[in-house]
Write a protein that binds this ligand. Sequence first.
Ligand SMILES: *Cc1c(COP(=O)(O)O)cnc(C)c1O
Length: 354
Amino acid sequence: MPPAAPIVVDLLSDTLTTPSDAMREAMAHAPVGDDVFGEDPTVRELEQRVAALLGHEDGLFTPSGSMANQLGIWLHVQPGQELVADSLAHVLRAELGAAATFSGVTSRTWISERGLLRAQDPLSLMITDGGAYQVNTALVVLENTHNFGGGTVQPIEEIRAVREGTLEQGVALHLDGARLWNAHVATGVPFTAYGTEFDTVSVCLSKGLGAPVGSVLVGSADRMARARIQRKRLGGGMRQVGILAAAGLFALDHNIDRLADDHARARRMADAAHAAAPASIDPATVQTNIVILDVAAAGWSAGDFTAAAGAHGIRTYAVSRRLVRMVWHLDVSDAATDTAIEVVRALLREGSPR
Ligand SMILES: *Cc1c(COP(=O)(O)O)cnc(C)c1O
């Protein structure tokens, strides 16, 4: 193992962003009240603003994206039913069995390439006439952009085809839109066009948007009223939390358009990696702020590569034995990107010392 070096460029995750001085200023002056009594004006403003942005009736502020997703799931299922999602979905891979724990559902998955949605995959998995011997599919969950798939943007036509097929069969549709901001910036597809294809949508304020905490779930007023009760049951009823909602409002005002810079920097890394080791990545697949390198193509294990990059001060994340993830966000500059590119390029060219 190379000796630990100070982190110079941190590409571990876009959750690492810290609130800017201007964001902290907005938080400090936010009007607040007791949100469990529905009396925090800043929280209500955020909930209503995100709901309107996505073409839904109402919203619900939650402490995490996991809670927003799990409330979304809970709204649509009964214990003993199932949800279907792709095998790399955050709701199944990174929420620690919450759908089984809190909603009593089993899950089945389809295999995707880079998380990319093909409508037939979920539609052909669904079972809605299972009778007394097959589990009934109550919900399909999609993810846009797709995190472990590498920031993959889902084609709007495929989303629409899933919507049509699920509506026909009475199956609900939830979007894990933690990075829907990035999809919008990459494609120009309006937020409402994405949002209205789903019964519920969750979005994260604490990823590339740069807020320290918070997600919002949107849906019908009825569903949000039910989710509000379940949120309290789970311990997610917070009091003068407008301080945090203010950070979210600031992020919506200031930090959406700038995601294009993150996308450009990620693409620069992808181009450089491709030039050094062509099989490590197809730069055309890098549409947003995430780059996933197949370092095995250059003779590395993901663990060794991550350690070697770390010894040069570049923090990355081994997502599997061959794949290393790098994520751009508002605290990674052009200059930092150049530094990271130099290290990654050299490691890919040299190959593993083992
Ligand atoms: C980060 C993330 C979430 C939510 O994560 P929390 O850490 O619970 O806020 C949900 N879905 C995706 C795709 C994510 O990347």
